[in-house]
Design a binder for this molecule. Structure first.
Ligand SMILES: Cc1ncc(C[n+]2csc(CCOP(=O)(O)OP(=O)(O)O)c2C)c(N)n1
Length: 554
C-alpha cells in the first residue's frame, strides 16, 4: 500500500473510531486538510479560534471519556492551542492534538509561521512528538491514543512538518487502533490493611476526585459508601459521581464548599481518598486539613501518592478495580452515631442560597434551569463566581454530566466545551453557565455554534464585572476595586443574534421563569441573558491560605 503521511494520519484516525475533528487550517497544514477532504468518514468542525477548537475537543473527550482530536496549522495556530491543552493536562483529559510544522529543512531558520511547538508543548502535555519520517506515523498515531487514554489520561501533541505530510510511504498494512494499557496489579495486602482501617474507623469520610471516577468507577464508589456507611465529599471535578441528593452526599469540599461539609471533614478519623490529588482549593491550608485523620489514598498516578499528604495506606491502582476488590472485605455498617452527627452538622450549617425562588438572582436562575431539565442535561461552566454557584447549587446526579475547568480555571472554557459535548451527544440539552468576562474570551465560537446548530443554551449571568476578582478585592483588599468593572454595557442579546443565535433577555421578560423554560425546551442554540448583582458574593469562602474550618460567610 502507498500513502502520504497526511493520508496515513486520516486513515489511522478513522481506524481509531474518530468521526469528528476540530481545528483551523493554514499553509503548513494544507496537505493534511486535503487528505481529510478526500475521506468521507471524519467530519471537520471549523472553529473560529484554535483555543476554541481545543475546548471543543475537550467537550467531546469529557463527555465520552475517549480521546478527541483538535488540529491547527503551524506558528500562531499552535500557540493559540496551548491554553486548551494545558487545561486538559491539569484536568487529566485525553486529547490528541495534531499541528502542522514548517518543512523539516526549514526548522530552525525562523521561517514564516515557525515556532518551536514541541518545546512549547512539553510542559503542558503528557507526551509530544515531532515527526521526522512519514513512516513513523504508523507507530506514533496509535501510540498517541494509547498514551492519552492510559493510566491518568492527558493530552498528547503530534507536530508534523509539511514535507512529512507529503512524503509517500510504502507499507503492507495499517496498524490497529491504540488501546489503553492495562492498569497496575492490585496490592492485595495493602487493600486488606485499607479494609481493616475502614472497618475499624469511627468517623470515616470518602473523598472522591475527578480522575477515572468521573467515568466507570462512580457506581462502585457509591456502592462503597453505602456498604461501609461513608459520608462522601467530592472535589469540584468529581461532582455528579454521587447524586447531590443522596443521603450520604456531603457535596463539594473546600474553598466554596458548604460549612457543614468542611466541619464534618474536620471531625473525620479516616479519609478514604480516591482519584484525588489534595488540591489546595479543596484542602485549604495543608497542615490544618483533617490533621488527626488517617489516610487511605488510591490513585492511578503514582506521582500523586504522598505528594501533598502522607497516607497510611497508599496504592497505585485503578480506582474501580481497587473498589471491586475492597468491597468483599468490608463490613456492612450503618454507623448511626456518625451519620447522626453528619445530619446534625448539616442542619446546623446548611448551604445558604438566598434568592433561590427568584429566577433573576444567581441561585434562583440555577434552580430554575435545573427545574426545567432532567438528569440527561449536560452542564458546562466558565470560570468565576457563576462557576462556584453552579457547583454549589445545581443538582448534579450522574458522572460526565458536569464539565468545568478545574485545575487551570480557564475563562473561555464553557461555551466551546458545550459545543463539543453537544457534538458528542447531540440528543442531550447542553447548558453553559457563563459570566460576561468569560463569555467574551471565546465569544467568536458563537459562529461555530450557529454553523453546527448544536443544542447548546448559554445562560449568561451578566454582572458587568469580573465578579470573582471583584469579590476578592472587596473582601481582602479593602474594597479597592481596580480593573474589574466594565465601563460600557455590552449588548449580548444583539451580539448573539448577530452570530445567528436565538436570544432571550430575562431582564425585559414579564415572565422570566416561563421565558427560560421555553428557551431551554426549544431545540437549537440560544443565549439566555440575565443581569445579576456585581456585589453578590460566593459564600462560604475559605480565605486564601486559611484552614477550611476558617471559612467566612454563608
Ligand atoms: C483566562 C483567564 N484569565 C484570567 C483569569 C482570572 N479570573 C478568575 S475569575 C475571573 C473573573 C471572571 O469573570 P466572569 O466570567 O464575568 O464571571 P463572574 O465571576 O463575574 O461570575 C478572572 C478574571 C482566569 N481564571 N482565566
Amino acid at each position: 500500500m502507498q500513502l502520504t503521511g497526511a493520508q496515513i494520519v486520516v486513515r489511522l484516525l478513522e481506524r481509531q473510531g474518530i468521526t469528528t475533528v476540530t481545528g483551523i487550517p493554514g499553509g503548513a497544514a494544507l496537505p493534511l486538510y486535503d487528505a481529510f477532504a478526500q475521506g468521507d468518514i471524519i467530519r471537520h468542525v471549523l472553529a473560529r479560534h484554535e483555543q476554541g477548537a481545543g475546548f471543543i475537543a475537550q467537550g467531546m473527550a469529557r463527555t465520552t471519556g475517549r480521546a478527541a482530536v483538535c488540529m491547527s496549522s503551524s506558528g500562531p495556530g499552535a500557540t493559540n492551542l496551548i491554553t486548551a491543552i494545558a487545561d486538559a493536562k491539569l484536568d487529566s483529559i485525553p486529547l490528541v492534538c495534531i499541528t502542522a510544522q514548517v518543512p523539516l529543512s526549514m526548522i530552525g531558520t525562523d521561517a514564516f509561521q515557525e515556532v518551536d511547538t514541541i518545546g512549547l508543548s512539553m510542559p503542558v502535555t503528557k507526551h509530544s512528538y515531532l515527526v521526522h519520517e512519514a513512516r513513523d506515523l504508523l507507530r506514533i498515531i496509535p501510540e498517541a491514543f494509547r498514551i492519552a487514554e492510559s493510566g491518568r489520561p492527558g493530552p498528547v501533541w503530534i507536530d508534523i512538518p509539511k514535507d512529512v505530510q507529503q512524503q509517500l510511504v510504502e507499507f503492507d498494512e495499517l496498524p490497529g487502533p491504540g488501546a489503553p494499557a492495562a492498569p497496575p496489579e492490585l496490592d492485595m495486602a495493602a487493600l486488606a490493611r485499607a479494609a481493616d482501617m475502614i472497618n475499624n474507623a469511627k468517623s470515616p469520610v470518602l473523598y472522591l476526585g475527578g480522575g477515572r471516577l468521573a467515568s466507570g468507577a462512580s457506581a462502585q464508589a457509591v456502592m462503597l459508601a453505602e456498604q461501609a456507611g461513608l459520608p462522601t465529599t467530592m472535589t469540584l471535578m468529581a461532582l455528579g459521581c454521587m447524586p447531590t441528593d443522596h443521603p450520604l452526599s456531603l457535596g463539594m469540599l473546600g474553598m466554596h464548599g458548604a460549612r457543614y461539609t468542611n466541619f464534618i471533614l474536620a471531625e473525620a478519623d479516616l479519609l478514604i481518598v480516591l482519584g484525588a490529588r489534595f488540591d489546595d482549593r479543596a484542602i485549604g491550608k495543608t497542615e490544618l486539613f483533617c490533621p488527626d485523620a488517617g489516610v487511605i489514598h488510591i490513585d492511578i498516578d503514582v506521582a500523586e501518592i504522598g505528594k501533598i499528604r502522607r497516607a497510611q495506606v497508599a496504592m497505585h491502582a485503578d480506582v474501580g478495580q481497587a473498589i471491586d476488590a475492597l468491597l468483599p472485605m468490608l463490613k456492612v455498617q450503618l454507623r448511626e452515631p456518625w451519620l447522626a452527627r453528619m445530619r446534625e452538622l448539616r442542619n446546623a450549617h446548611p448551604l445558604q442560597m438566598p434568592g433561590k425562588d427568584d429566577p433573576r438572582t444567581h441561585y434562583g436562575l440555577i434552580a430554575a434551569v435545573a427545574e426545567a431539565l432532567d438528569d440527561d442535561a449536560i452542564i458546562t461552566t466558565d470560570v468565576g463566581q457563576h462557576q462556584m454557584w453552579v457547583a454549589q447549587a445545581y443538582p448534579l446526579r450522574r458522572p460526565r454530566q458536569w464539565l468545568t475547568s478545574g485545575g487551570l480555571g480557564t475563562m473561555g472554557f464553557g461555551m466551546p466545551a458545550a459545543i463539543g459535548a453537544a457534538l458528542a451527544e447531540p440528543e442531550r440539552t447542553v447548558v453553559c453557565f457563563t459570566g460576561d468576562g468569560s463569555l467574551k474570551m471565546n465569544i467568536q465560537e458563537m459562529a461555530t455554534l450557529a454553523d453546527e446548530g448544536a443544542n447548546v443554551k448559554i445562560v449568561l449571568m451578566n454582572n458587568q464585572s469580573l465578579g470573582m476578582v471583584h469579590q476578592q478585592q472587596d473582601m481582602f483588599y479593602k474594597r479597592r476595586l481596580f480593573a474589574v468593572d466594565y465601563k460600557r454595557r455590552t449588548d449580548f442579546v444583539r451580539i448573539a443574534q448577530g452570530f445567528g443565535l436565538d436570544a432571550v433577555d430575562l431582564d425585559t421578560s414579564d415572565n422570566p421563569r416561563g421565558a427560560l423554560h421555553d428557551a431551554l425546551r426549544r431545540r437549537g442554540p440560544c443565549l439566555i441573558h440575565c443581569s445579576t448583582d456585581a456585589d453578590a458574593k460566593v459564600f462560604p469562602m475559605v480565605p486564601p491560605g486559611a484552614a477550611n474550618t476558617e471559612m467566612i460567610g454563608g
